[in-house]
Design a protein around this ligand. Sequence first.
Ligand SMILES: [Zn+2]
Length: 201
Amino acid sequence: MIDQLLEGNEQFIANEFKPNEAYYQSIATRQTPRVLWIGCSDSRVSEHQMTGSRPGTMFVHRNVANIVAFNDVNISSILEYGVVHLKIEDIIVCGHTRCGGIAAIEDGVHENYIADWLCIASGAKVVADRVAAERGLSRDQKLELLAEENVKLQISHLKNRALIKNQHAKGNLPRIHGWLYRVETGKVDVIVDGRAPHGAA
Ligand SMILES: [Zn+2]
């Protein structure tokens, strides 16, 4: 596998980097991404590939089930650097279908660290439980709904961060968007459309 990856790097240099040398040299000195991506660590959810973007487009944070945790120094530093220094215009929180983290929220897990982490998304399950019961959803439908509700919940966590709250109170960016990536089709569904007027608030 490792040999394949290194061979892939040679192909990347030959087929992508060299033909676009000017672009890659322009980002070699300074990155100016306009988007901050908060996504799941899942191997099938590649933010640059799914959006047809080149390196340099997005500042990226990924964790299990795309969670915005209040006590996570990692995401705090990424938010601060992204919003204050890189002056990110848009933040995308992207969940996905067939997410192992979402299934674990639904089913419960016994591993200590994973359970603690997923606890931060438990509010999404409360909503999904209620709606699934009302609508008589199948398990797959419910997991999809839970993935969507988790995106909405993490957006509310994001908007309650003092850093973001203060920016929005001043009428500043970033706009916040919620997406769901479908691993079965490659399609992105917009769950929360931050492009709408007053979408930043
Ligand atoms: Zn996932």
